[in-house]
Design a protein around this ligand. Structure first.
Ligand SMILES: Cc1cc2nc3c(=O)[nH]c(=O)nc-3n(C[C@H](O)[C@H](O)[C@H](O)COP(=O)(O)OP(=O)(O)OC[C@H]3O[C@@H](n4cnc5c(N)ncnc54)[C@H](O)[C@@H]3O)c2cc1C
Length: 198
């Protein structure tokens, strides 16, 4: 949609979580609508590909900003999760990123402790920052780019989006690659997230 994407994220049991991006004032107006008016407004945007829809829970509004801390660490301090990075929820990646931070930090600290190092020292924490910085920055840029790409009505971009998504859908290997990427299964995955002991 021109003001921002409407992301439909699958949940178990025939339910979805939706992230509907609008200009701040318009979001407040829509969110204040009674359920029936809200659904009437949502339906044409949602489409009919999942059949009839109804509301299953409360609605909330959040201000969305791209935030990326200049430094994830300082002496005896490490930032994880949204304290380190706030990415657009278009791809549902915020929690995954935070869990990867936790896994990476735990691994770095436990290995340092085993070697007898000071776990709060900057040179130890630097390993955590070096590990997570690239993944986080890349994903922040990709989600921001996706958000911009899907937040306008330019006919050339619309055509490009359609062709791009069509190609991904038509090539199973490419689709699998995107799914693995979105599930956080690529790159240097911390042991905890692979279900392994540190
Ligand atoms: C609309 C929306 C949809 C999203 N959808 C998805 C999705 O589908 N998938 C996904 O992976 N991610 C999604 N995210 C992102 C995800 O919610 C966040 O990345 C995740 O919650 C970050 O976890 P966190 O623990 O780092 O921070 P938070 O969840 O923000 O937790 C921080 C906690 O600290 C508390 N706190 C703050 N200050 C203080 C203080 N001074 N003292 C004590 N406590 C304090 C806060 O109240 C809060 O409970 C979405 C985000 C939004 C806004």
């Amino acid at each position: 949609m021109p003001p921002g994407p409407l992301a439909i994220l699958p949940l178990p049991g025939n339910r979805c979580s939706i992230v509907w991006s609008e200009e701040t004032q318009e979001a407040a107006r829509i969110n204040a609508l009674p359920d029936t008016d809200y659904l009437a407004y949502l339906r044409p945007r949602f489409g009919s590909f999942l059949g009839e829809i109804k509301l299953a829970g409360a609605r909330f509004t959040y201000p969305l900003n791209l935030t990326l801390a200049d430094h994830f660490i300082a002496p005896r301090l490490a930032l994880i999760g949204d304290a380190a990075h706030g990415v657009h929820p278009i791809a549902g990646q915020g929690l995954n990123l935070g869990l990867r931070d936790v896994g990476a930090l735990a691994e770095v600290l436990i290995e340092a402790k085993r070697r007898g190092e000071d776990i709060g020292a900057v040179d130890v924490l630097e390993r955590y920052q070096a590990w997570r910085r690239f993944d986080t920055t890349t994903l922040a840029m990709v989600t921001d780019g996706f958000n911009r790409l899907f937040s306008n009505d330019n006919s050339i971009l619309r055509l490009g989006r359609g062709i791009g998504l069509g190609i991904i859908n038509a090539i199973p290997a490419l689709r699998q690659r995107f799914i693995r990427e979105a599930a956080g299964l690529t790159g240097d995955v911390p042991k905890l997230l692979q279900g392994r002991q540190i």
